[in-house]
Ligand binder design. Structure first.
Ligand code: COA
Length: 259
């Protein structure tokens, strides 16, 4: 599929989506959101794709939603135009395969919110993350007030959102906003290394573990534990479970088929 604002490359079961509007620091306009949603749908359906990486390359992840597009918008315009962003973010968050955000340079506003829809965030040491919407007289409207506190806790999320300040990759690591920090020139190499590790595991087990975590976060502990137990039991109906345990007993690497 041809896209105008993103690039999609698939190599050995790992798809890489690269945001591609460098002239505006990958600012996210409605076309980007529509294309991200289409790519998420395409890559979800593609059974050869085991893991998805989202990046902006080594210079910038994304400097947020396109302020020039929003500047003259009315409340009615916004209530209809944010739908593609919410749709794209939900599609990415709920993809039945691991999604890794590889973040270099600025990941601000909607760019930072996009990283929150990924399962794992890897930051380059040049990364700067933040939710500066408050400085524009608005609030983070792409899930920032909801996903960020669930990830790092309400206190730290409020500090970031109320101040609008950017934080370094190291600070993001310290507060749990990113999983790891790597040298900038190693960012994509490290992201692909992690993707290949995930791709070698049983795809059905990963999909169910992701669903357990994402759905479980919306439930109380008792319901979450019941849900986990059902998913756990179901995995014993898969070929991957038989293969994984047989391989352990035979002291060899498992050859998972995702079935
Ligand atoms: N929307 C639209 N255009 C943007 C943008 C955004 N969110 N962020 C950057 N751009 C554009 C700039 O307008 C500029 O375009 P121009 O060359 O036509 O003037 C170009 O990208 C380069 O940005 P510039 O500001 O010149 O780069 P910088 O290195 O001096 O500063 C930032 C970088 C990220 C600090 C600064 O661009 C910024 O604060 N951007 C907005 C961040 C933000 O508030 N995001 C949340 C939006 S809801």
């Amino acid at each position: 599929m041809a896209y105008e604002t993103i690039l999609v490359e698939i190599e050995e079961g790992v798809a890489t989506i690269t945001l591609n509007r460098p002239e505006v620091l990958n600012a996210l306009n409605s076309q980007v959101f529509i294309e991200l949603g289409e790519a998420a749908t395409q890559l979800t359906a593609d059974e050869t794709v085991r893991v998805v990486i989202i990046t902006g390359g080594e210079k910038v992840f994304a400097a947020g939603a396109d302020i020039k597009q929003m500047a003259t918008a009315t409340a009615v315009d916004v209530s209809t135009s944010v739908r593609p962003s919410l749709k794209a973010f939900n599609l990415i968050e709920n993809m039945p395969k691991p999604v890794i955000a590889a973040i270099a340079g600025y990941a601000l506003g909607g760019g930072c919110e996009l990283t929150l829809t990924a399962d794992v965030r890897i930051a380059a040491d040049n990364a700067q993350l933040g939710l500066p919407e408050i400085k524009l007289g608005i609030l983070p409207g792409g899930g920032g007030t909801q996903r960020l506190p669930r990830l790092i806790g309400a206190g730290k999320a409020k500090e970031l959102i109320f101040s609008g300040e950017f934080i370094s990759a190291e600070e993001a690591l310290r507060i749990g906003l990113v999983n790891k920090v790597v040298p900038t020139d190693q960012l994509l190499i490290e992201a692909k290394k992690m993707a290949k590790k995930f791709a070698a595991r049983g795809a059905v087990a990963i999909q169910m573990a992701k669903t357990c975590i994402n759905e479980g976060l919306q439930m109380d502990l008792d319901r979450g534990l019941q849900y986990e137990h059902k998913c756990f039991s179901l995995l014993f109906a898969t070929e991957d479970q038989k293969e994984g345990m047989k391989a352990f007993i035979e002291k060899r690497k498992p050859n998972f088929q995702g079935k």
